[in-house]
Design a protein. Structure first.
Ligand code: ADP
Ligand code: MG
Length: 382
């Protein structure tokens, strides 16, 4: 069944991803109800209705189920039981099964290994014995990552020697973790893929990602990697979506190693920060695609219209008193698009917005992106 404009869509989570979904859905004539406990939720502010309640709040969930034609999520940490309960009453995409695998690194990595996808060598850590045994087997350097609720490099510690190990696990509060081998990365790439309820898949152009302090900093499209890597990434992302029987938009992060070798890092069951370039550079952006997949519409064209560089804007570039960066450095460029997420408070490491630079010459726009970012960071006014 197709849900057409005029229908009502539910969104679990009201951060920037929910906000950009809300903009896409409302642009197309849908109503959007956002569930998020934060009263100043970036998506809630633009939604038709904002339910300010927890993801397990029975009254809010009943209201959503009763009012919405279909429900999606922007946030992998929505309890899988919430999705299961809603799915009994209403269309929910992606389904609880896919989300429950991707919200837990132990399940996610085990799923990837069992399905034959290449991952870094890893082990499940639940006791200190597990950790010593895994370090013997995997070797050093290794990265210990909490199994649940890690993001933007949070909940991870690199282990350089055996003595680090106990402290590392202590610092992660001895939660269930995975230990994985720290790989020599040539670069990182990601792929956003959409899969429709009938199994049709639409794949976006491969993105090259540069991280800083574990947080995505810059995304470059087209990615400067071989055609072979691009082909492998596309094939793996599409196969992962099939194996998860995924319906909706998801992203796969990959590590690129020497010798054209590709390793899957993680899966996000939602649109992805590295896919924000699609807003300005593709026929259909990843949020419209999320609306289309959710509503059972044909998937939109993923074609790239122009080379593009996306730069994240973190709270770090706001001044102590909350004064914003000198936007004129950016707005003076006719080929730069600014996106701000409406977050009230700029905190260190918090994603406040991004900008995209468009142009025919990739090396030129990379350099413009870097200059503008540096100018905003240094707060130099011309
Ligand atoms: P998050 O959920 O915080 O995005 P990731 O597992 O993607 O967690 O790790 C964040 C970043 O840390 C990666 O994009 C990569 O730059 C680096 N990283 C993570 N795991 C490894 C690894 N096994 N080897 C080398 N670098 C890694
Ligand atoms: Mg990641």
């Amino acid at each position: 069944m197709r849900i057409l404009p005029g229908g009502t869509l539910g969104m679990l989570g009201g951060g920037q991803l929910g906000r950009m979904f809300t903009i896409a859905a409302r642009t197309m004539g849908y109503n959007v109800i956002v569930l998020d406990p934060d009263p100043s939720s970036p998506a809630g502010e633009l939604a038709t209705d904002h339910l300010c309640a927890d993801y397990t709040d029975a009254t809010a969930l009943e209201y959503l189920a009763k009012t919405c034609d279909a429900i999606s999520t922007e946030f992998e940490n929505v309890p899988a039981q919430t999705l299961e309960w809603l799915a009994g009453k209403c269309i929910v995409r992606p389904g609880a099964h896919a989300v429950s695998i991707t919200q837990d690194r132990i399940h996610e990595k085990s799923f990837l290994r069992d399905q034959g996808f290449p991952t870094a060598a890893f082990a499940t850590i639940k006791t200190s014995q597990d950790l010593s045994a895994a370090l013997q087997q995997i070797g050093i350097p290794a990265i210990l990552k909490v199994s649940r609720f890690g993001y933007d490099g949070k909940g991870q510690v690199t282990i350089h020697n055996q003595n680090d190990a106990a402290n590392a696990w202590q610092s992660l509060k001895q939660e269930a973790c995975v230990l994985e081998s720290q790989l020599p990365l040539q670069t990182e790439v990601s792929v956003v893929v959409a899969r429709s309820f009938d199994g049709t898949v639409a794949i976006y152009p491969i993105v090259e990602n540069l991280h800083r302090n574990g947080i995505l900093d810059i995304s470059i499209v087209p990615a400067r990697v071989s055609a072979e890597i691009q082909q492998q990434a596309r094939a793996m992302a599409s196969a992962i979506a099939d194996k998860l029987d995924y319906v909706g938009v998801m992203a796969v992060e990959f590590f690129v190693l020497a010798g054209n070798k590709l390793v899957v890092n993680e899966i996000a069951p939602r649109p992805h920060n590295s896919g924000h370039y699609t807003l300005d550079a593709c026929v259909t952006d990843q949020f419209e695609q999320q609306v289309r997949a959710l509503c059972g519409l044909p998937l939109g064209d993923t074609q790239l219209l122009s080379p593009v560089v996306m730069v994240n804007l973190l709270g770090d570039i706001w001044q102590q008193d909350g004064h914003p960066p000198a936007w004129e450095h950016l707005l003076n460029h006719p080929n730069i698009k600014l996106h701000l997420y409406g977050k009230r408070e700029a905190r260190h490491g918090r994603k406040m917005g991004h900008f995209s630079v468009l142009g025919d010459n990739l090396e030129e726009i990379i350099s413009v992106a870097q200059q503008v970012k540096a100018a905003l960071t240094n707060q130099q006014r011309h």
